[in-house]
Design a protein around this ligand. Structure first.
Ligand code: NOJ
Ligand code: CA
Length: 572
């Protein structure tokens, strides 16, 4: 297998560290609080490095840790060079990097390049003509003059809708202009057509590289370019998503910053055609090394629901489409780029509640999801708490939720005709806060996350679902994750070739991963009812290595119980 080395500008036989990595995503605010102010922090993370090392992960992606008013939990950066006081200080960060490195773990930081906070000094100057640096910074953002209707009333420049539910424009009296924000109004979008702005962001990345960072996850990377003709369109996402020019910006960043510093870069982007996928993360291209895409993430939306529409509408899980998404990406990048695999991140519901079953089949479905993902080739990202089967939140009051998006969307649901109960259930099923409740370490107060009331309530199921309990139990979800991670390394699972079996079947999830030394076969039932397999393969020589009910010999026809899953191995 060949890997492109950007430093040498050629294909070489050497494998990069991130191709063997198991990345663990830390949502810092909710991981571990060290000073009992109810907020997770760097010292809390440091105190858990041995835990992560023992789990078998060897790279850590930390959610944004920069100074921020926390409108969007740090994705609204007000100073890229400062550490949020919630999380500690620069010495704690350097200490974290050193201690992670001492354990052979790589450090990946989140790089937010699409927008800043409205409290960033660039924006403070940009919005105020009396500010001494106004002229320098005004064009760092995207401004448009108001439009007027026939009666002379002010109108927004376009009717585009932001990702968080309201309009993308906010009026600024001092300049009589609107600024663009595709996320919250406290997150003005940066103007990537401005050379000085780009250079300032490159300097930010370089500064953190000099602190010892090994990689970046580039936030909202397909939104950097906008359609500057500003046509009306609702919701209008196509005018600020995946426009061709954003590849030029990413290429420039990659060539000047990531490549020369041997930095692993993983971008975040919605969908992509094969041509685009190769631009993002083809071995011979310079943008990223891997791509976080969402092909498999919302395979259960009910398009007929107009009361809680889009991602909020919970429907039947389309198992075929989940398989087809994984398959598409492996085929698209086959031999030309490297795949990244994950179930969910901090923007999605908990996978066990979303695609599994958190009431009757907690343990079974949690393990099924684990076998399916972690027996696949590519580089996995595990999201904090996934390894103990954490579930969606059980909040009863709207005020229990913390996410900025929740509040705009709750009002939208009511205006579309939802009752309070329907809106609340929708939030419990689909909101991003599901993934953000504090890590459940043990059964002590606040699940061992903090001795003070946490910034966000702990899930009430923490005495049943927590790490301390699962560590002692060989049959727990945690023990399964740990064992799978060990196997991934021993068997070079990341290098294998993925082939689905009966991909159009809407209940089963069956595939082989062929490595240099063995064929691994995953046979599973993705539903709550019993199903029958009809395996059209040579079944000889397979040995059962994992199961979530009992050990069973491989057969062409097998009756699988709800969420039953088995992993088989055949030596070559
Ligand atoms: C994607 C991040 O994952 C999400 O949490 C954030 O709200 C948006 N980008 C805006 O930065
Ligand atoms: Ca703290």
């Amino acid at each position: 297998m060949y890997f492109f080395n950007r430093n040498k500008g050629e294909c070489v036989m050497e494998k990069k560290w991130w191709q063997d990595a198991i990345i663990y995503q830390i949502y810092l605010r909710s991981f571990k609080d060290s000073n009992n102010d109810g907020i997770g922090d760097f010292n809390g993370l440091i105190s858990k490095l041995d835990y992560l090392n023992d789990l078998g992960v060897n790279a850590i992606w930390v959610s944004p840790h920069y100074q921020s008013p926390m409108d969007d939990n740090g994705y609204d950066v007000s100073n890229y060079y400062k550490v949020s006081k919630d999380y500690g200080n620069i010495d704690n960060v350097v200490d974290f990097i050193e201690k992670a490195h001492a354990r052979d773990m790589k450090v990946i930081f989140d790089l937010v390049l699409n927008h800043t906070s409205d409290e960033h000094e660039w924006f403070e100057a940009a919005k105020d003509p009396s500010h001494p640096d106004h002229l320098k910074y005004h064009d760092y953002y995207i401004w448009q003059k108001p439009k007027y209707d026939n009666e002379g009333n002010k109108k927004m420049p376009t009717n585009w809708r932001s990702w968080f539910g309201g309009p993308v424009w906010e009026y600024n009296e001092k300049t009589d202009e609107y600024y663009l924000h595709i996320f919250s109004k406290k997150m003005p979008d940066l103007n990537w057509r401005n050379e000085n702005m780009k250079n300032d962001l490159k300097a930010v990345a370089k500064w953190w590289i000099d602190k010892g960072v090994d990689g970046f996850r580039v936030d909202a990377s397909n939104h950097l370019e906008k359609n500057w003709d500003f046509p009306d369109a609702h919701p209008g996402y196509e005018h600020f998503s995946s426009l061709p020019k954003h590849h030029e910006y990413l290429e420039e960043f990659g060539v000047e910053i990531f490549g020369p510093n041997d930095i692993m870069a993983m971008g975040e982007a919605g969908g992509a055609t094969k041509e685009e996928a190769i631009k993002y993360c083809g071995y011979e291209n310079n943008e990223f090394d891997m791509l976080i895409h969402f092909g498999h993430c919302w395979a259960d939306c009910d398009d007929s629901n107009h009361i809680t529409p889009g991602k909020w509408s919970k429907g039947k899980i389309d198992v075929k489409s989940i398989k087809n998404s994984f398959n598409k990406w492996f085929k698209m990048l086959n031999g030309e780029g490297w795949n990244l695999i994950y179930w969910h991140n901090h923007d999605h519901p908990r996978i066990l509640s979303h695609y599994g079953n958190d009431s009757v089949y907690h343990n079974e479905s949690g393990k099924m999801l684990a076998y399916i993902l972690y027996m696949m080739p590519g580089t996995p990202i595990v999201y904090q708490g996934e390894e103990i089967g954490m579930t969606n939140v059980d909040y009863e009051n709207l005020t229990d939720f913390r996410d900025v998006e929740v509040y705009t969307e709750y009002d939208n649901f009511l205006s579309f005709g939802a009752t309070h109960e329907v809106a609340m259930q929708t939030l419990r099923d689909r909101s991003r806060d599901n993934a953000r409740s504090p890590f459940q370490w043990d059964s002590s107060i606040n699940a061992g996350f903090s001795s003070t009331t946490p910034w966000m309530n702990v899930n009430r199921n923490f005495s049943a679902i927590n790490l301390e309990k699962q560590i002692k139990d060989e049959t727990s979800i945690y023990s399964t994750y740990k064992s799978l991670f060990k196997l991934r390394k021993e068997e070079n699972i990341s290098d294998g070739i993925l082939e689905f079996i009966d991909i159009e079947n809407d209940s089963s999830f069956i595939y082989t991963n062929e490595t240099k030394t063995a064929i691994f076969l995953v046979v599973s039932n993705f539903t709550t009812h019993k199903i029958m397999t009809n395996l059209d393969i040579d079944i000889n020589g397979y040995e059962n290595i994992y199961n979530n009910y009992t050990n069973r010999e491989l057969n062409k026809e097998m009756k699988l119980l709800p969420y039953e899953a088995l992993v088989y191995k055949k030596k070559k």
